[in-house]
Each structure stands twice: as structure tokens, then as C-alpha cells.
Design a protein around this ligand. Structure first.
Ligand SMILES: CC(=O)N[C@H]1[C@@H](OP(=O)(O)OP(=O)(O)OC[C@H]2O[C@@H](n3ccc(=O)[nH]c3=O)[C@H](O)[C@@H]2O)O[C@H](CO)[C@@H](O)[C@@H]1O[C@H](C)C(=O)N[C@@H](C)C(=O)N[C@H](CCC(=O)O)C(=O)O
Ligand SMILES: Nc1ncnc2c1ncn2[C@@H]1O[C@H](COP(=O)(O)OP(=O)(O)OP(=O)(O)O)[C@@H](O)[C@H]1O
Ligand SMILES: N[C@H](CCC[C@H](N)C(=O)O)C(=O)O
Ligand SMILES: [Mg+2]
Length: 429
């Protein structure tokens, strides 16, 4: 990865380092420092000091971490800020966007350190005054965000994911919480029991516990309607989005924009109404039969989605990604069984794992459920679900959201849950 500041080349790769370039040394590449020197490189900069090389005073960086809800909350903040007339960049799972245009496709949720600086630089060149970014647990642990100064850090929730990487839940929680150790302005979900943070400069939002942005009431008749209280004054917003978890995401977004812009809350709430949600997150693909695509790929994410439809007969289609946290698989099965009338277990992105084995891991968590179908072919699984649906059913196709490929070994094959659903329903024309 290379970054050019004032005509100087900064690289994090020893193979690209030479007498004309600067090697940026970090936790990830310190083992290659000697190789960089051997390649003739004379200038070495510590990653954490990069901020002294790129003037970022014209842009406010907002960082969002948590197990679920990062992409949705980030997209809501981006949408509100754009609506209020600011120039804004957004970086996360779905790619890199500047002022409503996708500049780069999907890669990592949080790029490597030089990648973050390169994007911030590009955002500033495009006149952006805000840079909204998702911060993954991998990024915190690998210090990909080292040297960035955040105007605001946001916490959505901490449940469980990525134990393949972090090994224990305690370590995962520790890593997530370490983002909130310093005195930076922060916005915390007060209802989350697992969050620990430095109370200095801490704001909070919540539905249950007392907080600075406290939701007093919400309803889901013809969309979502939320009333909240900020220092004794009452405000409200509406949205077409579904699910209590989205009340959290949207409350966080409204509060974040309020803290960073100081605009009147009434104006912010009005701007939020233009936000239609994120592709592949609780996205209704068909209303008759009711078919919804969602990116839920953790036990908690699934539970949040499933419980939003407790008045319906749920037909749940899902699998689990290969080469990712195995321990979450039976827990995903357990949650599906708790809420669904019919479960169809299928493949997600098997990567280098045997898809049959992944399905077996999921089935471990499903005991004594009367209606389980195993269909390894995701397209067929979706078809079976739709064929089964009657008027009181909702078909929930979970795990891949708006992903446009299925990853088998290291090959990516075009696959979109939404396209498959529309083809089956003959609505693709
Ligand atoms: C498990 C994991 O996160 N691995 C990441 C890690 O890989 P690594 O430590 O093996 O990398 P490496 O090849 O040794 O390179 C490390 C550094 O040394 C340098 N290097 C390397 C070789 C050399 O000869 N000389 C040299 O200087 C490289 O330029 C780099 O700066 O560091 C690499 C770059 O520094 C990342 O690209 C890579 O992400 C891989 C591709 C990945 O798939 N990560 C996923 C799991 C991930 O991070 N996901 C999260 C969360 C997803 C979510 O929940 O949304 C994300 O943020 O996307
Ligand atoms: N606040 C929330 N609490 C619990 N579950 C949520 C919340 N927000 C979203 N979800 C569920 O998690 C899924 C992923 O949401 P989103 O993409 O916003 O999260 P993310 O944190 O960016 O995920 P990833 O780390 O995979 O990029 C959604 O499709 C939904 O099922
Ligand atoms: N960005 C996350 C989401 C993965 C979603 C699911 N489809 C999977 O492949 O596990 C990850 O890489 O863990
Ligand atoms: Mg994301």
C-alpha cells in the first residue's frame, strides 16, 4: 500500500521501500523493517506519527465499532450529514463513498492503516468535512487505526463474532472496549452490559437505562416512530425501517450528528427521514409473498431480526461463513429454531471449509425442531422457502445481505440473494 503526501512516497511494504521512499513501520510489518533498510530505505516513520505528516485539521473523523449495526449506523450518519448539506465520505463494509458516489468496491471493513490515510486524504481533496468509518475488531487489534484522531467514537453493541481470530469472548470484548479507553468524545449504547469506557467526554443513548439521548417510546405502525428525550426536552423522528435494533442505530446516528454539528435536533430528525436504510439490511424484496433479505450473520443479529417478526410464521433460510468463527454456528441454529416455523439450512460462503460440515455444526444447535430442511444449494434453498410460503409467512434469507458473490475456496462466483428471489418470483424484468 502506498500513500503520497507532498510528493513523498510512503509505503508499508518493505518490497516497495527504497532510497526514495519512506517506510511506515507498524505492529503489522515491523518484522520487515530490516528488509526495507536492506532495500536502501533511509527514512522510517512510525505509523502512529503519520498524523504529523498529513494535515487532517479540515476533516472530522467519526469511527463506529460494535458487533452489529456499524454499517447501518454509519450509513444513517452519512445520509443525514449529506441531507444537511455537508460534504461527506463513508468507508466501511460496502466500500468507499464520497458525496453519494461509490468510489471503491468492497474490500476490508476497515482498510489497513495507510489505506485509511489515503481515503481521508482523498475525502479532503474532495472538500469533505466529515469522514465516517466503520472500525472492525480486527482493525483495533492490528492497530490499523493508529494515528487517526477521532472527532467522535461510537459504540453500537458488543455480543459475539470473530472468535476464530480473537479466540475468547473475553479477548474480543477487551479489544472492542479498548477503542473507548481514551478521552476522545464518545457515544455509548448505555443498554449494553458489556461495554466499558472512559467516562470523560462520554455521551450515551439508550432505550432502557437513563442516558443523554433516551428513547421514551417507539411504535411500528406504518413505519417506525420514535420519541426521545435530550436533557428534558422531547423530540421525535420517523423512518420506514423495521426492527427495534434499528431504533438503536437511528438514535445513535441522530445523536452523533447532533454532537458533531451542534445543529438543532429538530432539523437532524427531519433530515433522517430521507434515509431509506442500507441495501441488504432488512430489505423487503417482495411483499406478496413477504420475502426479506438481511445480513444477520451472528446469533445476536439473527435473534434481533427474527424477533421483529414474531406475529408471522417465519421460514428462515441461512448458513454460516466458512473459515470464520465456528462456535457461533450451533448458536445460530439455536436462535433460528427458537423463532422459526420452518428452518432451511444452506450454504453461505464456504471458503475453504466443507459446506456439509458447516451445516452439521449449525444442526448441532437445533434440537427437536419439527420442520428442518437441509439444502446445500443456496439458490434451491431460497426456492424451497418461497414455494412453502403462505399468506401468514415471512421468508427471511439471512447472512449475505447485499453480497454479490459466493466464495467457494478462494474463488468468487456471482451470487445475489436478491436476484435469486426476484428470478424465482419472475420479477426480475
Ligand atoms: C487475519 C487478518 O486480518 N489478516 C490481515 C493481516 O494479514 P497479515 O498479518 O498476514 O499480513 P502480512 O501479509 O504479514 O502483511 C502485514 C504487513 O507487512 C507488510 N509486508 C509483508 C510482506 C513483506 O515481504 N514485506 C512487508 O513489508 C505488508 O505490506 C503489510 O503492511 O494484515 C493484512 C494487511 O496488513 C490484511 O490485509 C489481512 O487481512 C485479511 C486479508 C482479512 O481477510 N482480514 C479479515 C478477516 C478482516 O480484517 N475482517 C475485518 C472485519 C470484518 C467485519 O466484521 O466486517 C475487516 O476489517 O474487514
Ligand atoms: N444495533 C443492532 N443490534 C443487533 N443487531 C443488529 C443491529 N444493527 C443491525 N443488526 C443486524 O446485524 C446485521 C448487520 O448489520 P450491519 O451491516 O449494520 O452491521 P455491521 O456491524 O456493519 O456488520 P459487519 O461487521 O459484518 O460489517 C443486520 O443485517 C441486522 O440483522
Ligand atoms: N464481513 C464479515 C461478514 C460475513 C458475512 C457472511 N456472509 C460470511 O461470509 O461469513 C466477515 O467477513 O466476517
Ligand atoms: Mg459492516
Amino acid at each position: 500500500m502506498q500513500l503520497i503526501i507532498n510528493n513523498k512516497i510512503y509505503t508499508d511494504n518493505s518490497n516497495e521501500a527504497n532510497k526514495d521512499s519512506i517506510f511506515v513501520v507498524s505492529k503489522q510489518n515491523e518484522k520487515y523493517k530490516e528488509l526495507a533498510i536492506a532495500n536502501g530505505c533511509e527514512q522510517i516513520v512510525k505509523a502512529k506519527d503519520l498524523k504529523n505528516h498529513l494535515d487532517m485539521s479540515s476533516i472530522k473523523v467519526i469511527g463506529i465499532t460494535g458487533t452489529n449495526g456499524k454499517t447501518t449506523t454509519a450509513a444513517a450518519i452519512y445520509s443525514i450529514l449529506l441531507d444537511l448539506g455537508y460534504k461527506v465520505a463513508l468507508q466501511g463494509t460496502r466500500g468507499f463513498f464520497i458525496n453519494d458516489e461509490r468510489v471503491e468496491e468492497y474490500s476490508l471493513t476497515t482498510p489497513v492503516q495507510l489505506g485509511n490515510f489515503a481515503h481521508i486524504q482523498k475525502a479532503m481533496q474532495n472538500g469533505c468535512s466529515f469522514f465516517v468509518m466503520e472500525v472492525s475488531s480486527h482493525a483495533i487489534e492490528q492497530k490499523r487505526i493508529e494515528g487517526l484522531e477521532f472527532a467522535l467514537k461510537i459504540h453500537t453493541n458488543i455480543t459475539r463474532d470473530h472468535l476464530d481470530y480473537h479466540k475468547t469472548i473475553e479477548e474480543y470484548i477487551r479489544v472492542k472496549n479498548s477503542f473507548f479507553e481514551d478521552k476522545t468524545l464518545k457515544l455509548i449504547n448505555k443498554d449494553d452490559e458489556k461495554v466499558r469506557y472512559n467516562i470523560k467526554n462520554g455521551f450515551a443513548y439508550s432505550l432502557e437505562k437513563p442516558s443523554t439521548y433516551k428513547v421514551d417510546a417507539y411504535s411500528f405502525k406504518n413505519g417506525m416512530h420514535v420519541m426521545f428525550n435530550h436533557f428534558g426536552k422531547h423530540y421525535s423522528f420517523s423512518s420506514m425501517m423495521m426492527g427495534i435494533f434499528n431504533v438503536y442505530n437511528l438514535m445513535a446516528a441522530v445523536a452523533a450528528v447532533h454532537i458533531t454539528t451542534q445543529k438543532p435536533l429538530e432539523e437532524i430528525c427531519e433530515a433522517l427521514e430521507g434515509f431509506g436504510g442500507v441495501s441488504g439490511r432488512m430489505e423487503t424484496i417482495s411483499s406478496n409473498p413477504l420475502v426479506i433479505v438481511d445480513f444477520a450473520h451472528t446469533p445476536d443479529g439473527m435473534e434481533e431480526v427474527l424477533k421483529s417478526f414474531n406475529e408471522k410464521d417465519i421460514i428462515c433460510v441461512f448458513g454460516a461463513g466458512g473459515d470464520r468463527d465456528r462456535q457461533k454456528r450451533p448458536l445460530m441454529g439455536l436462535v433460528a429454531a427458537k423463532y422459526s416455523k420452518h428452518i432451511i439450512v444452506t450454504s453461505d460462503n464456504p471458503r475453504f471449509e466443507d459446506p456439509d460440515k458447516i451445516i452439521e455444526d449449525i444442526l448441532e444447535g437445533i434440537k427437536n425442531h419439527p420442520n428442518i430442511t437441509v439444502e446445500i444449494n443456496r439458490k434451491e434453498a431460497i426456492k424451497k422457502a418461497i414455494e412453502m410460503a403462505n399468506d401468514n409467512c415471512v421468508v427471511l434469507v439471512l447472512g449475505k445481505g447485499d453480497e454479490s458473490t459466493q466464495i467457494i475456496y478462494d474463488k468468487k462466483f456471482h451470487f445475489s440473494d436478491k436476484e435469486e428471489i426476484l428470478k424465482i418470483l419472475n420479477k426480475d424484468k
